[in-house]
Ligand binder design. Structure first.
Ligand code: ZN
Length: 84
């Protein structure tokens, strides 16, 4: 069992649960990466440190109303899947 995400739109109550493999029909909301640190010179070897980039989590446009949806990760516990 992989990771499960819930896409829920507060605007129109669009709700979808996905493991991320069946959302090709959704439009991803493109965002640019953000930079965490101002480039610095390392005091030891005098080399300029690499800029540090943060990859933002993906967001999607609601297929019904176009509003931005942030996927929420759902915890899937393996022990809960065993039903006797
Ligand atoms: Zn919506």
């Amino acid at each position: 069992m992989g990771k499960i995400y819930r896409l829920y739109c507060e605007m129109c109550n669009y709700n979808r649960v996905t493991d991320g493999t069946d959302i090709q029909d959704l439009v991803e909301y493109k965002r640019s990466k953000i930079q965490r640190n101002i480039p610095q010179i390392d005091p030891i070897d005098k080399k300029v440190k690499e800029k540090e980039w943060i990859q933002l989590p993906k967001q999607y446009k609601c297929p019904k109303c176009g509003r931005l949806i942030k996927p929420k990760k759902l915890d899937v516990k393996e022990e809960d899947e065993d039903i006797d």
